[in-house]
Design a protein around this ligand. Structure first.
Ligand SMILES: C[S@@+](CC[C@H](N)C(=O)[O-])C[C@H]1O[C@@H](n2cnc3c(N)ncnc32)[C@H](O)[C@@H]1O
Length: 190
């Protein structure tokens, strides 16, 4: 099973104390949950509930097997009417996900307009130069200034922002940027 659990520094940054305060006692929808390890961590660190969604059946099968007390859904989040889940969701997480989407900008516009969600946690590559979208291998790196603009114009504010580095993802995208240059952005409704 493909897994990224070996990225210990990354997990430590993603679930540090300041970030936990945004999801303790909340209901989390973990988009792009892979094998459920992050979904499990939301519960471990105090979420009331966490549900994982992933497009890949192998990951969902593995997640269901390993964490039988957590709900996992097999679905393409870009082509699935999962608004009914939003009604039970306080916090949406998109960790290491948006650069894999066919249309990350469209998806973030869509999710930023869902009324019931109050908090969104995004972790992605910290790309903020020049153009809106940078294509790198199979990834679509949306400029983080564009991400912030989408949420700001749709009635959100940024509550937390932190740059960090994951050494084991240290392959070069541009001269001043590697895949391990990451950022966590947490938006809340105004
Ligand atoms: C790089 S992994 C990140 C996993 C985990 N969230 C983490 O941060 O470690 C991205 C995951 O998103 C899933 N994914 C990609 N596109 C998706 C889509 N359109 N709908 C649902 N899941 C998707 C992939 O199958 C993969 O498991």
């Amino acid at each position: 099973m493909d897994t990224i659990r070996y990225l210990n520094t990354r997990w430590a940054h993603l679930f540090e104390n300041k970030i936990r305060t945004f999801f303790v006692n909340k209901n989390v929808l973990d988009l792009g949950c892979l094998d459920g390890y992050g979904t499990y961590k939301f519960i471990k660190y105090g979420a009331n509930t966490a549900v994982g969604i992933d497009i890949d059946k192998r990951y969902i099968d593995s997640a269901q097997k390993e964490y039988s007390n957590i709900d996992f859904i097999l679905a393409d989040i870009e082509d699935y009417d999962f608004e009914k889940y939003f009604l039970k969701t306080d916090v949406v997480s998109c960790l290491g996900l948006i650069y894999l989407l066919k249309n990350p900008k469209y998806f973030l516009e869509y999710i930023s307009l869902v009324k019931s969600i109050k908090t969104i946690i995004i972790e992605t590559v910290n790309y903020k130069d020049n153009q809106e979208l940078l294509l790198f291998e199979n990834f679509k790196l949306l400029n983080i200034n564009v991400i912030e603009n989408i949420f700001n114009k749709n009635g959100w504010h940024i509550s937390f922002k932190k740059d960090f580095k994951v050494e084991k993802l240290d392959y070069k995208i541009l001269n001043n940027l590697t895949f391990g240059d990451r950022v966590v952005l947490i938006f809340e409704k105004n």
